[in-house]
Design a protein. Structure first.
Lengths: 83, 169
């Protein structure tokens, strides 16, 4: 079942990690992390998720860039310019 | 007709890479090395663009050439000034531990759909409507719920594997 409370918490963690909170909200969130170790743990793990997604995106994008390079090598002016 | 993101990227590549290749060659690198370092510069550019934190004072080509030069000199220990923030955090992020690599490999098997969806949401900048149609969800609400569930699912995997033990900054 979809849990609204959990949803709000995940969104709040995202706002904190993506620097979308103002100074007051940020301080409150930090205090909440101190009072609730499970929130701190979830926040740490969620930061890990974004890092993994970023790595995944980089891997996929590197493949895409290699394809573009190979495609451009077939264009004579491009191939001549890089020699 | 408006060019697609892919067409724009090919255009940027076509325009900037020859100059980047000449630059790296002048600094003693090969064409292959120039390509690798240029791809890193493009990753920095694209990542910053998708996050809305790109700060370009000149043209995209000049930005890419600047970053390419810094990355190349840095790789040869010849860049002695303070690194721009985007370059420093990119280099830091590229240091992948074995645990992180294993974790990503595992997620590519056990959570590929979630990883694809989160990538589409955060980096490819698809709207929730586009995500819904691309990933076969009934609508925006369903896509929102799935995004949340995916975040939780991967978060639980990260917790289980205990990959990231450092504090949150």
């Amino acid at each position: 079942m979809f849990m609204r409370k959990e949803f709000i918490e995940t969104e709040k963690i995202e706002d904190f990690l993506m620097h979308r909170m103002d100074a007051g909200e940020r301080r409150l969130f930090e205090v909440n992390m101190l009072l609730d170790p499970s929130l701190a743990e979830k926040t740490e793990a969620q930061a890990g998720v974004y890092k993994l997604v970023r790595r995944f995106w980089r891997k996929q994008t590197r493949k895409q860039l290699s394809l573009i390079y190979r495609q451009l090598l077939k264009e004579t002016p491009f191939a001549q310019q890089i020699q | 007709m408006k060019p697609t993101e892919q067409e724009i990227l090919v255009g940027i590549y076509r325009e900037a890479f020859p100059a980047a290749a000449q630059l790296v060659k002048r600094l003693g690198g090969s064409l292959e090395e120039a390509k690798d370092v240029f791809h890193d510069a493009l990753l920095i550019y694209l990542e910053r663009k998708s996050m809305g934190t790109l700060n370009i004072q000149t043209s995209v080509k000049a930005y890419l050439l600047g970053i390419t030069k810094i990355l190349w000199l840095r790789s040869r220990d010849q860049y002695l000034a303070t690194l721009p923030e985007e370059v420093e955090s990119f280099i830091e992020d590229e240091k992948e531990t074995t645990e992180e690599k294993n974790m990503l490999d595992y997620l590519m098997l056990a959570g590929q759909k979630c990883m694809q969806m989160l990538k589409a949401f955060y980096y490819d900048q698809f709207s929730l409507q586009e995500i819904a149609s691309r990933f076969g969800f009934s609508g925006i609400r369903s896509a929102t719920v799935q995004k949340h569930k995916c975040l939780q699912k991967i978060r639980n995997e990260v917790k289980k594997m205990n990959v990231y033990e450092e504090g949150v900054h």
